[in-house]
Every structure is written in C-alpha cells, then in structure tokens.
Design a protein around this ligand. Structure first.
Ligand SMILES: Cc1cc2nc3c(=O)[nH]c(=O)nc-3n(C[C@H](O)[C@H](O)[C@H](O)COP(=O)(O)OP(=O)(O)OC[C@H]3O[C@@H](n4cnc5c(N)ncnc54)[C@H](O)[C@@H]3O)c2cc1C
Length: 408
C-alpha cells in the first residue's frame, strides 16, 4: 500500500533514533507483534512488564508508517460526536467508551513520563468551534452530554471566542486537559523501554506469510528474509496496511493532508496554544509543536487511489496554509513540510479489535479513526490484558462483531 507521500517533520526531530537489526534466524516466542508503529509499540510497552517472551517485527524502520505522518492531537472527542454514537450504540456503551478514551490520554501521559526518551507530551486545551450557525445547537447538545459525564469544559459564546482568538465563530466547546505528543519519539521511546526489558525487535523484517500449526496450537509467521517465527499469540498491529492482511468490512480509507510550517517567532495570539478544530466535515485542525511550528491538517478527500491523492497535495497544501493565515493573519506562516496520506476510519466511529476464525490465537489492532493514537493505547491495553489474564471486560466493546448492548 502506498500509505503516504511528501515530506515528514517528525523524523527530523529525532535524527539519532535507535535502530534494530533485521531477523536472520528462526525464532519462537509467546507473543509476536507485527508492526513497529505506535500501536505495536504500545503493545510491546505493556507486554515488556510481563514475564512473556515478546518479539516485534517491522517491515521497514520503526515509526515509518502512519506514525510519521500523525499530527498527534490527543483528544477524547472524535469525528463522530458522542451524541451521534449514542444513536448507534446506546448511552451506557458510549459512556463506557468515553471513560476509556479519557483514561487512555492519562495512560499515554503516564507512559511518556515512564520512558527515557522525551516524547514532547503536553497537556493542551481544545477549541472545538461551530463552523456555521446551524451547528451551534448540535455542539451545545454535545457539550451537555460531555458535561454530564464529568468532562472539564465550558461553552464559549461568539464574544468569548473573539476575546481569546484573532478569529470569530458563533460558539465553541472549550475543553481542558486534552494533549499533544511527538508520535515518532513516543513510538521509539516505548520500544526502547521494551527492548531494555528484553523484548526482541527487528527492523527490515517483513511478514510475507503465516499459518496455524494445529498440533502445537501455534501461529507460524514467515518473513521476506526467509526466516520463521513460531508464536503462541500474534498481534497484527500493521496500521492501515493491516487491511492487506485481513480485510475488515467495517473499515475504510480516505485521503488526508497536512502541513508543518516554519518556526513562528510569536505565538502569543494563540490562546494557550490550544488544539483547534471545528464541526465542518471535512474539517481543518491545527496544533503547535515544541519548536514553535504549526501543524495544520484535514481537508480530507474521499479518494483511496494514491495517485489521485498525491495529485491534490500542492493544492491542499496551499488551501491549508491559506486557512491558517486567515485565522491568524499576523503569523504569516509558510509550509516547510507537507504530505498526503491515507487515513482509516470505521463505519460506526469506534475502533476495532479483530478476532477472526481463520487467524487463531491472533488479534488485529485496527486503531482507526481521528484519535488513532488514543485508540492504539486503549486497544493495546485491552489486548494485553486478554493475553496475560485471559479476560478483559472491555474487549466486547471493540470486537468487530460488537454487540449493540444497552441500546435505548
Ligand atoms: C495524516 C494523519 C494525521 C493523523 N492525525 C492524528 C491525530 O491528530 N491524532 C491521533 O490520535 N491520530 C491521528 N492519526 C492516526 C494515527 O496516525 C494512527 O492511528 C497511528 O499512527 C496508527 O499507528 P499504527 O501503529 O497502527 O500504524 P503505523 O504507524 O502505520 O504502523 C504500522 C507498522 O506496521 C508495519 N507493517 C505493515 N505491514 C507489515 C508486515 N507485513 N510485516 C511487518 N511490518 C509491517 C508498517 O511498516 C508500519 O510501520 C493520523 C493519521 C494520519 C495519516
């Protein structure tokens, strides 16, 4: 899959990132993780503290998949509002999901403090504004639901927005305690932690086949470099490319675009360096970075052909920069890095843990959706609990055949 094209900012923030050897021998282990992106890294991080023997294989280099294009706003609110998710899943289900995504951000913070590589984790507030007057009522309903469920947030009027920002909107939810991170450094940090605890990591090692040995109750994975790994359990954490291994009906792709600007001298107009997004679909979102750049992304396009996607990149870059400069006219930002990428979502707005009959002892981690990093953490924790303790009460919420429980 041609996952993404363009120029990538995050890898430039960590030029001396750790590297790992390619696999050169046949091995066996308790848990094999396919994929060295943020999802595989989260799994490895949690498994590193168990007594299980764990291997990670990455077909290219660590963090070189979607993790390197991830803009890494860490939020509990996603593309589908919670009040819409309730229509599909019911209140109890979605309340549980909300509590889990909120907890996931805390867990990412805890992990980022527990590792030795700086992950540039910062708590940030979010401005979620109404893109047009018609969206105000819906936004207000979302606010009421979140407020009722103990989220820390306020509802801003037009005047209050104008007092804080150099642009105007009819209304907005202003929420506290979301976050941002450097996803490339975070992924390396988690895997570095895992490696130091004995997890074996191999780069340039691509899985190109697999089968199940019934007698031994083991999965056997073969690699392009002609080695094999026997594993009691396999976690497929191959990101959007996981769909090439097992097509999941509930998931699909669109194309998305991001720009990272030059370093900006003065960001004082940007209230609390908050994360900014809006109710329009497709939306535009933005954040700042440790070295005072701005990342702006969105303007998603329905195409899932990479040539078509890439042909739109220059136009989308100019549109994104134009929208940024419209909101912050004094900044006069320029694009220094820009990319186009596939971006996966699910039809019902909830990420997926796939368990399939033809893949015994295996989990597919489809952390698809705009809060993919948060979902990576959430799903990893559930999968690891399942593997270690044999049961996780939250698994049923995310299985591909999620039961629509508690529907009202
Ligand atoms: C432009 C963009 C912006 C985003 N913004 C946000 C955001 O603001 N907030 C947020 O939370 N999420 C965001 N996301 C989503 C987030 O990037 C993803 O959810 C996250 O990176 C997924 O990590 P992953 O490890 O699952 O996938 P990846 O990072 O793609 O990692 C999978 C790895 O598996 C490897 N692999 C694949 N096949 C094989 C194989 N056969 N053998 C061995 N290795 C294999 C790949 O090389 C890759 O390194 C964004 C995504 C994109 C594209």
């Amino acid at each position: 899959m041609n996952l993404q094209s363009g120029t990538f900012y995050w890898p430039t923030t960590f030029p001396d990132a750790p590297s790992y050897p390619a696999l050169e021998e046949d091995l066996s282990c308790d848990v094999l993780i396919i994929g060295g992106g943020s999802s595989g890294a989260q799994c490895a991080y949690y498994l590193a503290d168990t007594n299980l023997d764990v291997i990670v294989i990455e077909k290219s280099t660590i963090g070189s998949g979607s993790t390197s294009s991830n803009t890494a706003l860490l939020q509990y609110s996603g593309e589908k509002m919670f009040i819409d998710l309730i229509n599909t899943f019911g209140k109890d289900y979605i309340t549980k999901h909300l509590n889990l995504v909120k907890k996931a951000i805390n867990e990412i913070e805890a992990a980022s403090k527990n590792v030795t590589i700086d992950c540039e984790f910062n708590r940030r507030d979010t401005l979620y504004s109404a893109s047009c007057a018609e969206d105000v009522e819906k936004l207000k309903n979302e606010y009421e639901f979140l407020k009722m469920h103990n989220c820390e947030l306020t509802f801003l009027t037009k005047e209050e927005i104008e007092a804080k920002y150099p642009f105007s909107r009819d209304a907005a939810i202003y929420s506290y305690n979301d976050a941002e991170i450097n996803p490339f450094r975070y992924t390396h940090a988690l895997l570095n932690y895992a490696a130091r605890k004995g997890v074996r990591i191999y780069e340039n090692t691509e899985m190109n086949g697999h089968h199940y040995e019934k007698e031994q109750n083991m999965m056997v994975v073969s690699t392009k470099n002609r080695c094999s790994i026997q594993a009691r359990t396999v976690i497929f954490a191959a990101g959007y490319e996981g769909m090439e291994i097992k097509k999941e009906k509930k998931a699909s792709f669109v194309s998305t675009f991001t720009v990272t600007t030059n370093q900006i001298d003065n960001l004082s107009e940007w209230h609390n360096r908050s994360l900014i997004w809006e109710t329009a679909r497709p939306y535009i979102y933005m954040r700042t970075t440790k070295d005072n750049r701005i990342i702006v992304g969105g303007l998603d396009d329905n195409t899932n052909y990479s040539d078509d996607r890439d042909s739109k990149l220059i136009h989308k870059r100019d549109q994104l920069i134009g929208e940024l400069n419209k909101r912050f006219p004094k900044i006069n930002a320029k694009a220094e890095f820009f990319l186009s990428a596939f971006y996966g979502g699910t039809v019902d707005g909830i990420p997926i843990i796939g368990k399939y009959e033809e893949y015994p002892n295996s989990y597919f981690l489809f952390a698809f959706g705009d809060n993919g990093t948060v979902y990576s953490q959430l799903l990893s924790k559930i999968i690891v609990k399942e593997i270690v303790e044999g049961y996780s009460p939250d698994l049923a919420l995310y299985l591909q055949h999620r039961p629509i429980v508690n529907k009202e």
